[in-house]
Design a protein around this ligand. Structure first.
Ligand code: COA
Length: 205
C-alpha cells in the first residue's frame, strides 16, 4: 500500500527496525502521554504477529505522521487505535489526509471490512465528523484504561453510509474492542455496563 504525490506519501511500514518505524515511534512518544501509550517493544510485537498495522505519512522521506490500525476478525471491523502528526506539521491537513487515505482503503485491511471504529474523547469528535465519520448517539462507552475506566465516545465510518446500527452490531464492536484489543474478559464490569445500556437502535450523528 503506497500512494504519493511529488514529495508526500502514505505507506504501510513492514520493517520494524527501520528509520520509518523509529521516526513514527518518536512521534508516538511525543504526542501521547505515558499512561495512554504501549511500549515500543510491545508495538513491535503486535506488528510482528499481525495484530497491528503501521501506516506512515512522509514528506521528503521524513515521517510526519502515523496511524496504528487493529483489525477485528469476529466480527469484522477495522479500528484506528492511534493517529498522530508531528508537532511542527500540525494544522496543515496531514491528519485529515492520512485519515481519509485510511478510509479509502478499508478493504486492504480486511476484504469484508465495512466499518472503521474509533474511541474518541469529546475534543476530537468534530475532527472525525468532517470526514464522513459518525458518533454513536446516546451510547455511553467506557475506555478500559490502565488506571480505570475513562468515559469516551465511540465513532464509526460506515462504508454503507447507514444512519443507524442495531444493538447486536454495537455489542459486537464493544466486545471486540474490550476482549480482542484491550485484553479484557467478556465479564468485565465496565464492558457489561456499556452493553446493558444500549438501545435497540443506535443512531449515528
Ligand atoms: C489529531 C491530529 C492527528 C490532527 O492532525 P492535524 O494534521 O493537525 O489535523 P488537520 O490539519 O488535518 O486538521 C486540523 C483541524 O483539526 C482540529 N484538531 C486537531 N486536533 C485537535 C484536537 N486535539 N482537539 C480539537 N481539535 C483538533 C484543529 O482544530 C483543526 O481544525 P480547523 O481546521 O477548523 O482549524 C493531531 O492534532 C495530533 O497528532 N494530535 C495528538 C494525538 C491525538 O490526539 N490523536 C488522536 C487520538 S488517537
Amino acid at each position: 500500500m503506497t500512494d504519493s504525490d511529488h514529495t508526500r506519501s502514505f505507506s504501510r511500514v513492514t520493517r520494524y527496525y527501520s528509520q520509518q518505524f523509529l521516526q513514527a515511534m518518536g512521534i508516538y512518544g511525543a504526542e501521547f502521554p505515558p499512561d495512554s501509550r504501549l511500549s515500543v517493544p510491545r508495538i513491535r510485537a503486535l506488528l510482528q504477529d499481525g495484530s497491528y498495522q503501521l501506516i506512515v505519512a512522509q514528506q521528503d522521506r521524513q515521517v510526519i505522521g502515523f496511524a496504528l490500525i487493529w483489525v477485528s476478525r469476529r466480527p469484522v471491523f477495522v479500528h484506528l487505535d492511534y493517529i498522530a502528526v508531528a508537532h511542527e506539521w500540525k494544522g496543515e491537513g496531514i491528519g485529515t489526509a492520512l485519515y481519509r487515505w485510511l478510509l479509502a482503503r478499508l478493504a486492504n485491511f480486511h476484504p469484508r471490512a465495512q466499518l472503521l471504529t474509533l474511541e474518541v474523547d469529546d475534543s476530537l469528535i468534530g475532527f472525525y465528523q468532517r470526514s464522513q465519520t459518525k458518533l454513536l448517539h446516546e451510547t455511553p462507552y467506557l475506555f478500559p484504561g490502565p488506571l480505570g475506566p475513562v468515559p469516551m465516545n465511540l465513532m464509526v465510518h460506515d462504508t454503507r453510509g447507514r444512519s443507524t446500527l442495531d444493538r447486536a452490531a454495537v455489542r459486537g464492536i464493544m466486545r471486540g474492542l474490550y476482549c480482542g484489543l484491550h485484553g479484557r474478559s467478556s465479564e468485565d464490569v465496565s464492558l457489561q455496563s456499556c452493553l446493558n445500556t444500549l438501545p435497540a437502535q443506535i443512531f449515528l450523528t
